[in-house]
Design a protein around this ligand. Structure first.
Ligand SMILES: [Zn+2]
Ligand SMILES: [Zn+2]
Length: 437
């Protein structure tokens, strides 16, 4: 077991790390070690109380499982009533790649609430890998309408119906400079885009899951509460990115705060309102050099993109130095063996506090006493989780084939009679094949 305990004055940050993705683990351990070293401390293998003989070391059994896990196995760990779990489900660039989907962060709270912040391209597969019933994943907060922050929204709405969602999908997102540039208009457009798909599922999947609840709020609102339920408040802050209509979010619950930047260049609102949050997930884009060398951008464009439209590592570090979160988390860059040291070098010019550069499937367990960082060990053979209640299906709303399509149908009754009889017997039902025409 790798158990690193780092004392930071009155604050403690505990890092556990072993992971499937070697690069990501090395990144965490490297940074943790760097930080401990910078504080003149050596990581300890047992905690202080155990070392002082005040507490028994963990009891080990030759036959039972170990008392702790160094990786997070989705679906196997409860949350304490005062605990927050944050899972990186998309940390990369706009171009999703096998290692990193586009922006997506899942926040789970000890009161049972779960929230998704951004739903970028290819993030749905990461969400599915967390083995959470879709009925619990009905609250989605979108930071802005770039596809790398909402591109999986159409997938999520329709595919989660096939994955046993039985509740309406609730979406919060900012307005834009004009009504047609806001979240509401974007989702009206999505509904049109998805009409064929929607009709194909009506009367076959749960009727309640067809519904959208869209909550568009003013992108100019400063620290405005856009969600207040069950002891959870989510606030929005204006962000500066590309065109009007980007926001950042702060989730407050149980005396803890999670801040999420979306895309933004440094701005006065983040600097003022996120001071001392428990975890600050903020974009930390490529260095200009990486954008030139690896994204193949022209130098002028690379400078503009990385430092004006986004936040470069030096800027990220300065933001964290001024706001001093318990843990700073950088995302929104391709986190590779060569780019990570570059990002770290930039950040360390301006910030000496605790920082992690995330990659997909990184998991943060947060309590007032500890922040634990691990990687998830993901089962690649994922199946949908069940619904949490009985489905309501209205077959009378099914769209029927037209005359032309129906005229080509070959039912193959001789083959299907056995198949239908077998299922009727196994599951105690009495379904009948459609009558011959
Ligand atoms: Zn963007
Ligand atoms: Zn982005």
């Amino acid at each position: 077991m790798l158990h690193l305990l780092i004392e930071l004055g009155k604050r403690k940050i505990t890092l556990f790390g072993i992971c499937l993705v070697a690069a990501a683990t090395l990144a965490v351990v490297y940074i943790a070690g760097w930080h401990a070293g910078s504080m003149g401390q050596r990581p300890a293998l047992i905690n202080e109380a155990q070392a002082a003989g005040k507490e028994a070391p963990p009891r080990l059994s030759p036959t039972q499982p170990l008392p702790t896990q160094d990786v997070y196995y989705p679906g196997t760990e409860g949350l304490a009533p005062d605990e927050m779990r944050v899972i990186a489900c998309g940390t990369g660039h706009p171009m999703a790649r096998p290692k990193q989907a586009a922006s997506c962060w899942l926040v789970e709270l000890g009161n049972g609430d779960k929230f998704i912040f951004d739903l970028g391209s290819q993030s749905l597969s990461r969400i599915a890998a967390m083995k959470i019933p879709m009925d619990y994943l009905d609250k989605i907060f979108i930071s802005h309408l770039h596809v790398d922050h909402m591109g999986d929204l159409p997938d999520f709405w329709t595919i989660s119906r096939k994955m046993n969602r039985t509740v309406p999908l609730r979406v919060w997102g900012p307005s834009g400079a004009k009504p047609e540039l806001g979240t509401k208009a974007a989702i009206e457009g999505l509904k049109k885009f998805l009409l064929w798909d929607d009709l194909s599922l009506r009367g076959r999947m749960d009727a309640r899951a067809e519904r959208w609840e869209v909550n568009e709020f003013d992108y100019q609102g400063v620290n405005q509460a856009v969600y207040q339920e069950n002891g959870v408040t989510i606030r929005s802050l204006p962000a500066i990115h590309a065109i009007d209509g980007s926001v950042s979010f702060i989730l407050e619950w149980n005396g803890m705060r999670f801040a999420f930047s979306g895309d933004t260049s440094p701005n006065k609102w983040w600097l003022k309102y996120t001071k001392g949050v428990d975890i600050a997930v903020h974009e930390c884009y490529d260095t200009p050099k990486t954008a030139i060398d690896k994204l193949n951008y022209q130098p002028e464009m690379a400078l503009f993109l990385t430092t004006i439209v986004h936040t470069a590592p030096e800027q990220f570090g300065k933001i964290m130095a001024e706001t001093r979160p318990r843990l700073a988390v950088g995302y929104h860059f391709f986190n590779d063996h060569d780019t990570l040291p570059e990002a770290l070098k930039g950040v360390r010019k301006t910030y000496d506090g605790p920082v992690v550069f995330s990659t997909d499937y990184m998991v943060f367990n947060i309590t007032k006493a500890d922040i634990r960082v691990r990687m998830a060990a993901v089962d690649e053979d994922i199946w949908p989780q069940p619904a949490t209640r009985k489905k309501v299906v209205n077959p009378e709303t099914q769209a029927k084939y037209g005359e032309f399509t129906a005229s080509g149908e070959v039912i193959m009754r001789d083959v299907l009679e056995d198949v239908w009889a077998d299922i009727n017997k196994r599951y105690g039902i009495n379904a009948q094949l459609p009558p011959p025409k």
